[in-house]
Every structure is written in C-alpha cells, then in structure tokens.
Write a protein that binds this ligand. Structure first.
Ligand code: MOS
Length: 722
C-alpha cells in the first residue's frame, strides 16, 4: 500500500498539467467548430474576426498553418485539422483564432462567418446498418469474420439449429465519450527551431512523432512534455486538435500559444466511443455446455473509417469454450466525430452483449449463471491451441460469490420495502498485452537513482509503479528512486494504453537495472576501482566482495564518478508463441429498483480480478474501482444523443450523465494474485481496463433479477423499467 509519489503535488494544485504552463508573451487560441455534419466549406469570412481587438491570426482550411498528415506506427494516420475544406461531422475543428487573451480569441471566433455547401448527412447507426461495411482485421491481426466449427458441422446456423437450447437476442450500446477531467489542451513554444508542446497524452514520444509529422520537422526538433495528464482512457493516445493547432500557430506567430477546448468542444473536437449493435446467438446442451456461439457486431465509425470498436473480436479472442464459434464485425461510417479507443475498447460494450446473453441463457436453462460460466470456462482462446498462461477465473468467482453472499440470491430477487432488489454477475476479461519500452536508470553518487522513460501516467499510478519496480530492481528503498515520465527527451516508453504500462515499463526497468548493476560491478572491480581484482556481487543494495560491502554511491565516489547510466529495453517476443495471455475477473453487483418510481440504484459492487502480480495495492484498488464505476456509468448514465443534423444534443456535463458520489455505493475489490512471469518478468497482466468489463452486463442482469425486465440496451433508463 504505497501512496502515489505525485499525490501531494496533485492534491495541492502544484502539479502542472499542459495548460498550466505559462510563458512570457503567451497568447491564446480558440478552436472554431463546424455547424453542419457533411458538406464543403465554400468560404470563410474572417475580416471581422481579424480586426477584432487583440487578434493576431485566424487560421482555417484557406490559411492552414502548413500542417501535414501525421501518423505513428502504433496508430496509423491521426486526424490533423485544417487540411481539408470537407466537413465530415458536426463540431469538426475548422478554424483557429489566436489573440492576446482567451476572451478576445473566443469573441473573435464568434465573428468568423462560414459558408457551406451542405450535403445530406447520415448520422444514425440504425439508419446506417443497411450500408454497413466489413471491418478491417483488428490490430492484433484477428479477422473480422471468423468461423471455427467442429468436425462435420457445416455452418454456425447448423450448429445452432442442432442445439437443444438456443438463446438469441440483439443488444445495443450508446455513443459515449471519455469526458476526461482535463479537457484536451496544449501550450506550444517555438524557439530556436525546436517545438516544445505541453499537452496531456499517453506517450510523449508518440506525440512528438505525430507533431513532427504534422509540422514537417525532424523528430529531434520536437519536444513533447506531459508529466501530468488529467485522464486519458484512450482518448489522448493520439495528438489532439488543440496540440496541432497551437504548435502550428506558435510557429506561424513566433509566440507561445495556448489552446484549451471548452468542455462542450471536447465532445466533438476529440474522439469518443462508437455506438454498437450486437446480435448474439447461443446454443447449448441442457446441462449448459455451449455448442455454438455467434456474435455479429456493427459499430458506428467516422467517415474516415479510422477506428472500429472491436466487440466481436473480443469474443473471438477470449471468453468461452465452445465447439462452434462464429463472429463478424462490421462498421457503419457516419457523419459523426471520430471514434477511438476508450477504456476497454471492444470488451466494454462487447461484454455487455455477451454477458447479458449468457445470463439469459442461464435463465432459460434454469441454471445458476456462475455455474453456466464455469461449465464453459475456456483453457485457451476459442480456436487457438495456445493455452492461457494463467487463468484463475474460477477462483475469482468462488471468492466473489462467498464475499458477496451470492448463495442468498433467488431467481426472482427479493423485496425490501418499496425496493425490488436483485443480484447480478458477469465475467470480465481483457487481453494481457505489452508494448516495446526503453527505460534509463542513472545511479547517482548521492545514493539515489533516476528511473526515466517517456511513457505517461494518465492518472493510473504508473509513476509510483516506476518508483516501486525501480526500488525492487535495485534493492533500495523507494524513497531513493526519482521516477520520471512524460517527456519525449526520455527513452521511448511506449504507450500508457491497452493496460500495458506496468508490464511494458516494469520489464524494461528490470532490464535497465540488470545492465546498470553489471556496469557498477565492472566499475567496482576494474583497475583503480574500490574492489580492484576482487570478485564482486550485488545484494541488498550493496556491492559485496572480499568481505567488504559498499553502496553504489560509495563505489561511484571511490571511482570518481558522479553517476552511472544504462538503458534497458523490453518488447513482446517469444512468449507470444507459447501461450495466450489475459486478465480475468468476476463482477458482482446488487441493484435496487424502486417499485413505483422505477429508478435503479446500485447498492453494492464487488470485483475480483486475476491480473497477475499487483505492484501497488492501493493504486490497483483505485484503478479497479474506477473501472467498475465506469461500468455503472455505462449501464445507467452515459449516452450521447445525436440529433439528425449530427450535433450531440447533450454534449456537456450538465446533460451527458456520469455518476456522482451519491450514485456509487461502497465498492469492494479483491485480487487473486498469481504473478504471470510467463507473460513478462514483472508478472503483471494489466488492470487498467478490466475493471469496467462486464459490469454493465452485471447491472442489467441484476435489474432483471430484481424486476423480471430484460433491458438489452445501455444506458438503461427509468422508462425502460416502467
Ligand atoms: Mo486505453 S482505451 O488503451 O487508454
């Protein structure tokens, strides 16, 4: 249980987020957004805006700041504003007004007159289903159409037809947005041919790469800085419009430029989560053994088709043992803002459908839903030979059921006064991944060590993990570690996304520590070193040899060195040919539905997770609870309503509902800790995303248990329960 090393800075307001950086001569930019969903900008009259008080520049597709297409190997092409007169969604950044003050920039932005040649817009997923397109294969190579059939079975339809019990239903999930606490923002400084950009993101070296591409600069001329990030969740993986615009304008004007999206602008000027429609069919023996599982998904995507919410892909990679499996993943291009990764992309909405369907099947079979899940517990992803490296889902359910009092659940819930009370459960899974990462460790003669990498701590607690794994690897107290993240000048640290950061960074820290300690021993026993000619080893934070012991600081001082530095790298490798890797979990919830008002209140939450080794129990618990609450939010609160003209009707925090403290009961979290060193040396499998997976289904399942009403879409509203 370690407090966050950056906690005091954060709670006292001393942590400097991107927009908190101020410089002499700093000016302010305001982003102009489109007010149609589809068409061409035929003209932008900026005369009034340009002559408004304090205005320094007005940029648009007619005066585009010299921004180019930008990409990274991880994400492919990232959308860069002002590059086209084509409008593909309502709320698209189409202009940037820079003035001496924020208010002047905002006022002038209101004076920009845009003329459009509007074209018909397609904004509704339901309307677009007819023109759905096959999705490309997923990033891990999973195909978007897959059918694994038992010998002698011709098609999934035949397998379903031959199943004694069949459950078939269609589920849907709403368009959502990350609504990070910190709105997307940037401060850009152009000085001596170097562009420095302060902007919250999920990997400083990736952001530097994108900015360099957009600005046509060498990577070495771009410096991305983001020591603090106010929430990211996938929505800051790519560089945001304000960062591109602030950087372009800083170069054009030779002044530092700050750009901060308003809360309302964040909803459309940055990417969110796609809406989905999912058809599931389950065929089973009467004893619950799955015979067939079919999962067909449609997700909305923007017209650039740059992201697919891979709900069916998740089902094909993970989940249940079944003799026959078929998935398909389609996308529906709409005139809506870009979609992107959002916490547990694929698994979060996918698990709502699959785990609701499993509950429905359990009811049809008159079986306990946990028993049904355990009967079909997979030992490997369906259709694959590679067994899970470690899987303790059964233990998660066993412990969870006992802690939660599952045995007191009845098929029709219970009544307490005016409240109908139900219990629900669901499986959680999220693949255990990692990315390449490089870490530098510097041992200093004052007995401290600096551990640095360009990865980000978007609130996950990675900075503290760096400190803890660094301390463990060097065998010294964590107080003597200075962890550093969030600067592209540090070695490339990969991305804090995909629940990978602890595994990727931690493994690289261990590699760097091994190297730097080897070099320390070589230095100690080298000619002129304090252990010259003596066989030395390192233990308990000390160099040992010839009956003597010295700290690394003492060795460095004796050798006349101020510091000793080494890099270490890690990347996924051979282990991928030997096992399949995933985190697992069991979600439980108790929901009360008021008999008369039909409001649904969550009264208890429990998540039990098999995420490998937990490095910091305190931060891990917070991370898991955050995910579980997000599951509640998805189930009962969040959903963007798209007007016919493509505008989000509720794109603000007054009407895009997220839970407040009063909506959330005590949440209980338990980790079954089996370090998975088959996956990586640290043994962590990742827990950034799994906390939310399955929870929305668990809530829908609990509501059914309480009321007998099955709601197959989220968010679930009062009117669904009338
Ligand atoms: Mo996450 S959606 O990979 O930040």
């Amino acid at each position: 249980m370690t407090n966050r090393v950056d906690g005091p800075l954060k709670v006292t307001g001393r942590a400097k987020y991107g927009a908190d950086n101020n410089f002499a001569g700093l000016v302010h930019g305001y982003v102009v957004l489109s007010t149609i969903a589809h068409g061409e900008i035929t003209a932008m009259d900026v005369t009034a805006a340009k002559s408004a008080p304090g205005v320094l520049g007005v940029y648009s597709p007619f005066d585009p700041l010299g921004l180019n297409a930008a990409s990274t190997p991880i994400f492919g092409e990232t959308w860069v504003p002002l590059r086209s007169k084509e409008v593909a969604y309502y709320g698209q950044p189409i202009g940037f007004v820079v003035a001496e003050t924020y208010e002047q920039a905002r006022d002038a932005a209101m004076l920009v007159k845009v003329s459009y040649h509007a074209r018909p817009a397609l904004t509704s997923l339901a309307d677009g289903l007819a023109t759905a397109e096959d999705a490309p294969e997923a990033r891990d190579g999973s195909p978007s159409e897959l059918s694994v059939l038992a010998d002698g079975v011709e098609s999934i339809e035949d397998a379903l037809a031959a199943s004694p019990v069949v459950m078939e239903a269609t589920y849907s999930t709403a368009t959502q947005h990350h609504t990070q606490m910190e709105p997307h923002s940037a401060v850009a400084v152009w000085e001596s041919g170097v562009m420095t950009v302060y902007s919250g993101n999920q990997g400083a070296n990736l952001q530097a790469m994108e900015l360099a591409g957009a600005l046509g600069l060498d990577l070495g001329s771009v410096h991305a800085v983001n020591p603090f990030v106010g929430g990211a969740f996938g929505g800051k993986a790519r560089t945001s419009a304000p960062a591109f615009l602030a950087a372009g304008a800083a170069r054009a004007l030779g002044r530092p430029v700050k750009a901060v999206l308003s809360r309302e602008q964040v909803f459309s000027a940055t990417a969110g989560r796609a809406a989905t429609v999912q058809k599931i069919a389950l065929g089973a023996e009467r004893d619950g053994t799955l015979i067939a599982l079919r999962h067909d998904s449609w997700c909305s995507t923007a017209m650039d088709r740059s992201f697919v919410e891979p709900t069916s892909h998740g089902t094909s990679r993970e989940w249940y043992a079944t003799q026959n499996l078929a998935i398909s993943q389609k996308m529906v291009p709409l005139h809506i803002p870009p979609t992107t990764f959002m916490r547990a992309p694929g698994e979060a909405p996918g698990s709502f459908a699959l785990e609701s369907a499993i509950d429905e099947l359990a009811i049809a079979l008159e079986m306990d839903p946990i028993e049904l899940r355990m009967r079909n517990n997979s030992t490997a992803p369906p259709g694959k030979d590679l067994q899970w490296s470690s899987k303790h889902l059964d233990e998660c359910f066993r412990i969870g059921a006992a802690r939660f009092g599952w045995e007191r659940r009845t098929p029709n819930g219970r009544v307490e006064g005016d409240w109908l009370v139900g219990l629900g459960t669901a499986t959680a899974m999220f693949p255990a991944l990692r990315f390449p990462a490089t870490v530098e460790i510097v041992l200093r003669d004052d007995e401290t060590a600096v551990v640095s990498t360009s990865g980000a701590d978007p609130g996950t607690g990675l900075l503290t993990v760096v400190s803890l794994v660094g301390a463990e690897s060097l065998d010294i107290p964590a107080e003597r570690i200075t962890p550093r993240l969030g600067d592209s000048a540090f070695p490339p640290g990969g991305m804090s996304g995909g629940s990978t950061a602890t595994a990727s960074t931690g493994t690289a820290i261990m590699a760097a520590a091994a190297t730097v300690l080897d070099e320390l021993l070589a230095l100690a026993s080298a000619p002129g070193g304090p252990f010259e000619g003596v066989e030395v080893s390192y233990a308990d934070g000390q160099v040992l040899g010839g009956g003597r012991a010295m700290t690394f600081g003492e060795v460095l001082r004796a050798a006349g060195r101020a510091e000793l530095a080494a890099n270490g790298s890690s990347a996924p490798g051979e282990e991928l040919t030997k096992h399949s890797f995933s985190s697992f979990g069991a979600q439980f919830c108790e929901v009360r539905v008021h008999r008369w008002t039909r409001e649904a209140r969550v009264s208890r939450l429990l998540g039990v997770f098999d995420s490998g080794r937990i490095i910091n129990a305190k931060a891990a618990r917070s991370q898991a609870i955050g995910g579980m609450i997000w599951g509640v939010s998805a189930a009962l609160h969040e959903g963007l309503e798209i007007e016919e003209n493509g505008r989000f009707a509720n794109g603000d925090l007054a009407s895009y509902l997220v839970p407040v403290n009063a909506d959330i009961p005590d949440a209980d979290v338990h980790f079954v800790q089996y370090p998975d060193t088959l996956h990586n040396a640290v043994g962590a499998k990742g827990l950034g995303e799994i906390g939310m997976v399955g929870m929305a289904a668990a809530i829908a399942n609990a509501i059914h248990n309480a009321t007998g009403v099955r709601v197959r879409h989220i968010p679930i509203m009062i009117e669904d329960l009338l």
